[in-house]
Design a binder for this molecule. Structure first.
Ligand code: FAD
Length: 347
């Protein structure tokens, strides 16, 4: 455990800050339960923020059309009164039961979360970057020249950058960084791109103007440098291999979800998803519920609206876990309004 390890106590730990985990905060808040969300991504929203923020969704009740990114912003606004805590950029690694019956969730950075109830809302699992098969790529990760996400575009100002990929992320960052970088090369292994047509158009225009170098039908196959990345080897399908000096190499091949640690917690799994009881979306572990894309049951549909329903029912049973012996009476929000939770007083 690191020096800065944090300790957080709450009513419900939610693993996964996708739409379903976020909405669970609202339903739990109505029942006066505090929540703390954990996500490996640096921002909330799950697939909606990471994969398709600009796509319109048409099957959210009451919204004829809503951009995925906008839905996430609205969910964040809706849960604000309930003051959820967030542990972002950390992967939930360990789930274990304490002697006092509560659950403990520990992240890869050593943050410890303790609560009587846990909601696993991990979607398709934690998103991990797809890495190119270059043997020594690990030598240049962690600030030595290779990065799989653009966390801070400022880092690339005035630098030489090679981007690889043919999807939206590669195209969008090529367009954005064309103005920032000292030199920018986009390498793509095919001649057609998978990204949005207008982005493809823009990238081709930048190449025609000589503002970027576009190399198609080619792949980055080698990296070299003394302790830090200095050059890449580019293999062209027909013209052979050549080297290019660079400060950064950004392989932006998208993210692939991995169930990851969730698969090792003793949960009953079926086809890579967590088997649940549809009465309350409880798992085989007492006090642990699974909601959203991560669960499975007869008739399961991986839809946001179904996840919202699952979160709502799971909260009813979680209330009994969090408040043993207390009676829960059902009330409409039209009757109660929204009574937020007070700021937590530090222990
Ligand atoms: C292109 C596309 C279009 C879609 N269109 C629609 C549509 O029109 N309508 C619709 O209803 N649905 C649509 N979907 C499906 C919808 O996005 C999913 O059903 C929804 O995202 C599920 O939400 P979730 O909260 O369960 O999981 P996710 O959104 O997958 O979020 C899960 C989160 O958990 C995190 N996580 C997982 N494991 C860990 C761990 N161990 N530690 C820390 N964090 C972890 C992940 O990083 C992720 O952020 C679409 C999906 C895609 C890809």
């Amino acid at each position: 455990m690191g020096m800065n390890a944090k300790y957080i106590e709450t009513d419900v730990i939610i693993i996964g800050a996708g739409p379903v985990g976020l909405f669970a905060v609202f339903e739990a808040g109505l029942l006066k339960m505090r929540c703390h969300l954990i996500d490996i991504l640096p921002q909330p929203g799950g697939q909606l923020t990471e994969i398709y923020p600009k796509k319109p969704i048409y099957d959210i009740p009451g919204y004829p059309s809503v951009l995925a990114g906008e839905l996430v912003q609205n969910l964040l606004k809706q849960i604000e009164p309930f003051r959820p805590g967030f542990t972002l950029g950390e992967r939930a690694e360990v789930l274990e039961r304490q002697a006092d019956g509560r659950w403990r969730v520990i992240t890869d950075r050593g943050t410890v979360h303790v609560a009587p109830a846990v909601f696993i809302a991990g979607g398709l699992g934690s998103f991990e970057p797809r890495k190119p098969p270059i043997g020594n790529i690990g030598d240049y990760e962690n600030g030595r020249g290779v990065a799989y996400y653009v966390r801070n575009p400022e880092d690339y100002r005035g630098q030489r950058v090679v981007i690889a990929g043919g999807g939206d992320s590669a195209l969008d960052w090529t367009i954005y960084l064309a103005d920032e970088a000292a030199a920018l090369t986009l390498v793509h292994r095919r001649s057609e791109f998978r990204g949005a047509p207008d982005s493809v158009e823009k990238v081709q225009e930048l190449a025609r103007q000589g503002r970027i170098r576009l190399i198609t039908n080619a792949q980055v196959v080698g990296l070299s440098g003394n302790g830090r990345l200095e050059r890449v080897t580019i293999q062209h399908d027909t013209d052979g291999a050549f080297e290019a000096d660079t400060d950064y190499f950004l392989p932006l091949f998208g993210l692939t979800p991995k169930l990851g640690p969730i698969g090792e917690w003793g949960l009953q799994l079926q086809d890579g998803a967590i088997a649940v009881n549809t009465y309350d979306y409880s798992t085989n572990l007492p006090g642990v519920f699974a909601i959203g894309d991560v669960n499975t049951y007869p008739g399961k549909l991986k839809l946001i609206l179904c996840g919202f329903h699952e979160a709502t029912l799971a909260c009813q049973s979680a209330f009994k876990v969090v408040n043993p012996g207390k009676k829960l009476s059902f009330k409409y929000t039209t009757v109660t309004g929204i009574e937020g939770l007070p700021v937590e007083t530090p222990a």
